[in-house]
Write a protein that binds this ligand. Sequence first.
Ligand code: A3P
Ligand code: MG
Ligand code: MG
Length: 380
Amino acid sequence: PSNHHLHQSSATPRQTPPRSQTLSTRREVYERDFPLYKQPVEVGCFSLDSQRRFFNDSRQMRYYVEPERSPNFDLRDGYRERYVKRDENVKEKLDHILRWIVANRSKLKSKLSTNASCPLDFDFVTWRGHLTKLLTTPYETREGWLLAVTKFNGTLYISEVETEAACRERENCPERNKEMMYWGYKFEQYMCADDTNGEPDPSGVVNTNEAFCTVVQTRLTDHKLLFSGEVDCRDPDPGAPPPPACYVELKTSAEICTPKQRSNFHRFKLLKWWAQSFLPGVPRVVAGFRDHEGTVVSVETFQISKISQVIKNEYNCWKPTVCMNFCCDFLSFVKREATEDNPSVVYLFSWEPHNDVTYSVHRDSQYSFLPDWYIKEMTR
Ligand code: A3P
Ligand code: MG
Ligand code: MG
C-alpha cells in the first residue's frame, strides 16, 4: 500500500482506510511523476489605476527596458517623498477577478451550454498568488495560510484570509522592512517604461495601487483553472511572442557574496520565483542584486525553464514535481470536501507548518466572500 493516502485504493471496501479529513504536506508523499500542466493561455487582462479602480483593459501595461551592465540604481530614492502605498487594510478578496468575469462572460461561455445562465466552465477561480502559496507549502517552515473556498454554480472559488500571525507581522513591521518592501517597486520603476519606445522615469511617484493583471486558463490534471496574476512588464518588441510568453517578472534580492548565500538563494528565493512565474507561463525573471544600502550592483536574467538545472547540485533542495503534485492533491481534496453548492457557505482550509491541512465549515459568516452583485449577475 502506498502512502498516497488520498487516492482511493482498489482494495475491497473493508480494507479501504476511512477517507481522511486532512491532507498531508510531507514532501515524500508528493514525489512522483510531474503532473499534466497545460500551457497556460491568456484569456484576458485588466488594470488597476493609481486609485485602485478597475479597468477591463491593458492601460497599466509597462514595457521592459534593458539596463546598463552595472546600473547602480538607488532603490532608496523617493521612499519619503514619492511613494503612495496601497492600503493593505482594504481586503479586495476576489472582487477584481469577479468583475473581470462579469465583464467577459460571453467569451467564457462553455462550449456545451448556450443558455444565458450557463455555469462557468472552470473547476477553480482564484489568484495566482494563492496557488503560489500552495506550490511552496511542502517546503514552507515559517508561514501558514488560510484559504476560504465557496462552491457556486459548480465552480470552486478560492480566496485567501489573512492569518492572525500575518496580521500581527504586518502591524509590527519594522521600519527597515517597510522601506525594503518599497525597494522592489522602485526597481520596477527603473526597469520599465509606460510606452513601447519610452524610457523609465525614476523621478516619478511609485504608486503600488497600480497594477496590470493577466487572466489565464489552464488545466492541472483534471482541474480546470482560471486565475489572475499581476504582471510587471512585457517585452517591448512587437515581434515578441504573444502573452504570457512575452511577460517579464522583475525581482530584487540581496547580493550573493558567499557559498552559503548562494545556497540559500537557490533553496528559498528561486523556489518562490519559480512557483510564481511557472504558474501563468511567464518565461523569465530579471533579478536586480542589491547591496545593504539598496544599490543594485548587478542584473541577471533567469529562464524559468532552466531553474531546475540551476538548483540541481543543491543538497536537499526543492523539487518542482513535489510542488505541483501537492497543489493537484490539494485541489482534489477541496473538490471532495467542499461539496455544498451555496454562495454563503465557506469551507475554510487551514495550514500551519509541520501540520496537515484541515478545514472547518462556516455558514453566513464573516468569511463569506462572493459579493451579492456577483451572485445576482451570475444567476440571471
Ligand atoms: P521584489 O520582487 O523585488 O521582492 P512582485 O515581485 O511579486 O511583482 O512584487 C513586487 C514587490 O512587492 C516585491 O519586490 C516586494 O518589494 C513587494 N512584495 C511582494 N510580495 C511581498 C510580500 N509577501 N512581502 C513583502 N513584500 C512583498
Ligand atoms: Mg509584480
Ligand atoms: Mg516582481
